[in-house]
Design a binder for this molecule. Structure first.
Ligand SMILES: *Cc1c(COP(=O)(O)O)cnc(C)c1O
Length: 382
């Protein structure tokens, strides 16, 4: 099967009669119309490259739905997906000074039915503004609001497809059937990894998910203590994961309603910017593969996992099988070329679609981190 065929089969099985089959086939084929190759990095370690879509991050997969709040990469993917669709107004919110230059250009140069607000606050502030919009009765009487961040389950459903696609490609390489399949997922809002849990619940033989996080440690602390306590977000070089209150946490505990179940299906690490930079340098030196900062956090997580498995932190597990590790490659390194080219001391080739965006003029409306300002903007569109 092709990626599109696999995706359609999964979608049809999951959604049953929710959407007519011919429509669903059209939607899945349109969504999955770019390559998602599984690239070998080291022995039994692969990168699933999810960044060959129009805006060069995995967000392109799930982003066919109306936008409201976004971290660095969702906004541009959603903006592109909804550009010039009649009857739809898209409002993108992004945190001022907390996305990369290229991400900012991608967010602020789309135009027409896509408008962009530059919020004087953090990513968590943007999410809070959006959640407030959903529950505001005045707004909901006037406009029909829906969100495009991973609050929206329609983002997660298509993201489950590529976990199956990774497995299919592994089978093609004739990996040992006895190996344990482990995915390392660079995580912020935990939408991507929740899509993986959905794939596992559907029957994909995954041993474990590594939730690879940066210095934002809300999930790590939960994993260690059983207490979930949201914290203000900390700014890092993997900025699309600067989330102190992961949106999808309630979904994870709905799927695995016990900390011991979560400790069985997950493993988690927090990777500093220092280690992120180091692994980008080392990987380029060793195998000439260029990681973006998010995928780097994922690979670091995988390496730490394999190392601690060797040290047998998992004594309780039946005689240790080989681990086949798949790191989700969540963004193209060119999106972060300013810092990456310094780390590896080498210029990064910028794809043409990005060059185009960088030649345009930034257009964003600054707003304070105040709900009344967002409300006024939305009502003016109605
Ligand atoms: C959004 C994003 C993430 C985090 O994904 P979540 O679903 O929020 O956990 C990781 N890497 C990149 C490049 C992203 O854009």
């Amino acid at each position: 099967m092709t990626l599109q065929q696999v995706s359609y089969e999964i979608a049809r099985t999951l959604l049953q009669d929710e959407i007519p089959n011919n429509k669903l086939e059209e939607i899945t084929y349109d969504t999955m119309n770019f390559d998602v190759p599984l690239v070998p990095l080291y022995l039994n370690t692969f990168v699933l490259e999810l960044f060959h879509g129009p805006t060069l991050s995995f967000k392109d997969v799930g982003a066919r739905f109306l936008a409201l709040a976004t971290s660095g990469d969702t906004g541009s993917a959603v903006g592109r997906g909804f550009f010039n669709i009649p009857g739809i107004e898209v409002i993108l919110l992004y945190p001022k000074g907390k996305v990369s230059y290229i991400q900012e250009m991608q967010l602020t140069t789309i135009g027409n039915n896509i408008s962009t607000l530059e919020v004087d606050g953090t990513f968590d502030d943007c999410q809070k503004l959006v959640k407030e919009a959903f529950t505001n009765s005045v707004l909901n009487k006037t406009v029909f609001l829906t969100s495009a961040n991973s609050i929206n389950i329609a983002r997660l459903i298509p993201q489950s497809f590529y976990y199956f696609w990774a497995y299919k490609q592994l089978l093609d390489t004739k990996i040992s059937v006895h190996a344990d399949l482990v995915f390392s997922v660079p995580s912020g809002n935990f939408g991507n990894v929740t899509a993986g849990l959905i794939a596992k619940k559907m029957g994909l033989p995954v041993k474990r998910f590594i939730a690879a996080t940066n210095s934002n440690q809300t999930f790590l602390k939960y994993f260690q203590t059983g207490i979930f306590e949201p914290k203000p977000s900390i700014k890092t070089i993997s900025n699309a994961m600067d989330v102190g209150n992961p949106n999808n946490f309630p979904r994870i505990t709905a799927l695995y309603p016990d900390i011991e179940l979560i400790r069985d299906v997950f493993w988690t690490v927090s990777i500093s910017d220092f280690d992120t930079e180091r692994i980008i340098k080392n990987t380029y030196a060793d195998v000439q593969y260029i990681l973006d900062p998010h995928t780097a956090v994922g690979l670091c997580g995988m390496n730490n996992y394999k190392a601690s498995k060797l040290k047998s932190e998992f004594q309780n597990e039946e005689k240790t099988n080989d681990t086949v590790g798949v790191v989700l490659g969540t963004a193209h390194p060119a999106k972060f070329s300013d810092i990456i080219s310094k780390f590896i001391n080498h210029e990064i080739e910028i794809p043409n679609s990005l060059k185009q965006v960088l030649s345009e003029k930034k257009n964003a409306t600054p707003i304070q981190n105040q709900f009344e300002e967002l409300k006024t903007v939305i009502l003016n569109k109605a």
